[in-house]
Design a protein around this ligand. Structure first.
Ligand code: NI
Length: 173
């Protein structure tokens, strides 16, 4: 499937709703569940998504579109979530919903054309990347973390499902 900005924005605008539907009002046995020491709970994943709204996608898009040196700074997501306040899930979901809407309104206001989407910057690991690739990655990053949340939650019942574990590919990892 070719990248089309409105299609990417469609996914990006749905993610907060999907997270709200999945996580709002769930007991902490789900939202604070992990896959073991040092792994992220759904609550920490949402914290990470909120951090990325603030420091990743739009700031990097601005660098790609800007007139200054087009070098993307490295990001440190694990350190970032450690430094962010430990908010409760409802507060996190509200903040993510608000900040995502603001970022998408800003993106829309730029009226990006194909030439702008093809602009590039230098990523610290990958070298040349385009704005188009950044925005596609923003959408896939949402989907990856939705899958991660589902996997973390599913793994809590690895023992509870008994022999059905054999049919549940999500538990085979
Ligand atoms: Ni991530």
């Amino acid at each position: 499937v070719d990248f089309q900005l409105p299609d990417a924005i469609a996914v990006l605008s749905h993610t907060p709703h999907a997270l709200n539907a999945l996580l709002a009002d769930l007991p902490p046995c789900w939202t604070d569940a992990t896959e073991g020491e040092g792994t992220w709970s759904p609550r920490i994943v949402v914290t990470h998504l909120l951090g990325a709204e603030r420091t990743n996608w739009i700031p990097r898009a601005r660098i790609i579109l800007g007139e200054g040196p087009r070098a993307l700074p490295p990001l440190h997501p694990a350190a970032q979530v450690r430094e962010m306040p430990a908010l409760a899930v409802p507060a996190l979901l509200a903040a993510l919903t608000r900040e995502r809407a603001g970022n998408l309104a800003l993106l829309d206001s730029w009226h990006l054309d194909a030439r702008q989407l093809d602009r590039t910057a230098v990523h610290p690991e990958f070298g040349t990347v385009s704005l188009r690739q950044l925005i596609a990655t923003w959408a896939v990053h949402d989907l990856a973390h939705l899958a991660q949340i589902a996997r973390v939650m599913a793994s809590q019942y690895r023992g509870a499902v008994g022999p059905w574990v054999a049919y549940l590919r999500i538990l085979q990892t």
